[in-house]
Design a protein around this ligand. Structure first.
Ligand SMILES: NC(=O)c1ccc[n+]([C@@H]2O[C@H](COP(=O)([O-])OP(=O)(O)OC[C@H]3O[C@@H](n4cnc5c(N)ncnc54)[C@H](OP(=O)(O)O)[C@@H]3O)[C@@H](O)[C@H]2O)c1
Length: 242
């Protein structure tokens, strides 16, 4: 891995993330929010229905590394259906490292799904580790090995309310949102994104795959580039809300 901005030179993920402490930066009434997405050169968010064919091993490592810095990882129902998540902090050494850094060993998995039409046979629900909190319009969930709690909301689920709830009721100081395009759009529309990590992978796929943001925005949102890394041909940009 090499760093292009700032201070160009060789680097590694461990040193890049060592000083990244989003949990020390919670905002007034809500957690610090970072979003991580991978995009093709033509702005697409998936290939053949999910992200498995996008990004390199370095991108996977970057995502797993980022997760170790956050209290919670948040996704929308569409992402859970497409990606079938497992345990968020899957490596024992990462859980140990989190404890040393004052975080709980497992990150809270947060899902926003109005209809609760989720793959309850996915490893996140079946392996029995960690905890899942789902914001939904429904009031009942199937039995699962993993502890699952619901926050039932009538009508529209507002992402600002979700974040306020996580901060107030769960003590969450920092959330990593891993998409997808509709949830990302709501966060941008609500001016709720503090950091945006974008991996650009050097392929063009075309077709009708979603773009990385699929929501009408009330106005354009501006970001400033604060870091750029390269590994395996992927670019890892970090933007901050301007
Ligand atoms: N490139 C990337 O980095 C990346 C990241 C993540 C996902 N993806 C891809 O994106 C695709 C999925 O796109 P998507 O836009 O459907 O994903 P998404 O944003 O994760 O999911 C949208 C779904 O989340 C639920 N939801 C989100 N906000 C809600 C709200 N405020 N109230 C109630 N429900 C809400 C709804 O699910 P219910 O229908 O369950 O109510 C909605 O249909 C997949 O192909 C996936 O592989 C790409």
């Amino acid at each position: 891995m090499r760093r292009l901005i700032p201070d160009p030179g060789p680097t590694d993920l461990e040193s890049e993330l060592a000083t990244y402490r989003p949990a020390d930066q919670d905002r007034e009434g809500r957690p610090f929010v970072a979003v991580n997405m991978v995009s093709t050169l033509d702005g697409r968010a998936s290939s053949q229905g999910n992200t498995k064919a996008l990004g390199s091993d370095a991108d996977t490592e970057h995502l797993l590394g980022l997760r170790t810095r956050f209290d919670a990882v948040m996704i929308g129902g569409g992402t859970m259906r497409a990606e079938r998540y497992g345990r968020i902090i899957s490596r024992p050494e990462s859980r140990t490292r989190r404890e040393q850094d004052g975080l709980s060993p497992d990150a809270l998995a947060v899902i926003i799904s109005g209809d609760l039409d989720l793959p309850f046979d996915a490893p996140l629900f079946t392996d029995g580790n960690g905890r899942v909190l789902i914001f939904t319009r429904k009031s009942e969930v199937p039995d699962t090995e993993t502890e699952v709690d619901l926050v039932t909301i009538d009508g529209l689920i507002d992402t600002a309310d979700v974040l306020a709830h996580l901060h107030r009721e769960e003590g969450i100081r920092a959330v990593l949102c891993e998409g997808g395009p509709h949830l990302f759009g709501q966060l941008v529309a609500g001016d709720l994104v503090d950091d945006f990590f974008l991996t650009v992978t050097p392929v063009v796929t075309g077709g009708d795959a979603p773009r990385i943001l699929e929501t009408n925005l009330p106005e354009r949102a501006e970001f400033e580039l604060v870091g750029l890394l390269e590994a395996d041909g992927d670019l890892f940009a970090r933007y901050r809300r301007a």
